[in-house]
Design a protein around this ligand. Sequence first.
Ligand code: NA7
Length: 280
Amino acid sequence: MKIGWAGLGNMGKPMVKNLVKAGFDVTVYNRTVSKAEEFAKEVGVKVAVTPADLVKEIDCVITMVSDDAALQEIWDQLLAAPLPAGLLAIDMSTVSPDTTKAMAARVGEKGIAYLDAPVSGSVKPAEDRQLIILVGGKEADFERAKPVFDSLGKSATLLGENGAGNYAKLAINAFLGITVQGLAEAVIFAQKHGIGPDKLLPLINEGGVGSGITKIKTPGIINGNYAPAFALKLLAKDIRLAREQGMDTPAGVTLSEALNGAVKEGLGDEDMIAILKYLS
Ligand code: NA7
């Protein structure tokens, strides 16, 4: 299968490397072309300088970009180009289920099959082929995409029609955000009473209340390292999307306010655990 990949951000790069390792023929496109050229030198893939170049002679186009606007922008350019017959489109970004449904209908008019396939897991799981892939779309298209998914993650699950993958992703990230905010609040409270994160976090991680995410975030909190594995602004976007889809329960509402506040204070490009700085 020949793949055209659009979006070489923190997630896109390790995912493409795994496709190459699995033997797929991959061409990459990135809005900032210099990033694609640098990446191609390292990995040995071909570079397309426009979305139109990307779709020449491919079987499958995969998008992994920031948000709904980025996805729309790429598809506006793709749809202006001649598209190969039987093209399969897979969007692995986290976007609104409404955008997915509209996009699937729009490209469907040109005979293109469309899957929403956002992922649970950030950079390390992407590098280790441990992503959990959440899929919406038709069974036959899912089966076609299976070899791609198998090269990128540890599981891929078809959850329903287009949009279902996005709904599952928003639910999981709401839980992720609530957990991270809870962790930040516990650290702040303990610190106020003389117990530093270096003391508290190992105790959390030793017990039943510790989890994958508390363990992953522990070194960053202790060392004050907020380099983004998952940028706070992207979590803020996900919670905004969940709110737009009717998530109005208390922790979700509070989380949404905290994340928006943190973005306003300029913390958006730091890791999501920078919510700790905002709440301190
Ligand atoms: P990053 O590291 O912020 O990367 C975002 C990518 O999206 C990057 O390649 C950007 O290109 C691209 N992008 C952003 N805006 C546009 C527009 N308008 N047009 C085309 N391409 C664009 O995000 P992650 O890799 O961490 O996350 C990707 C998705 O997974 C996201 O939905 C997360 O919520 C989950 P650039 O290099 O800036 O030119």
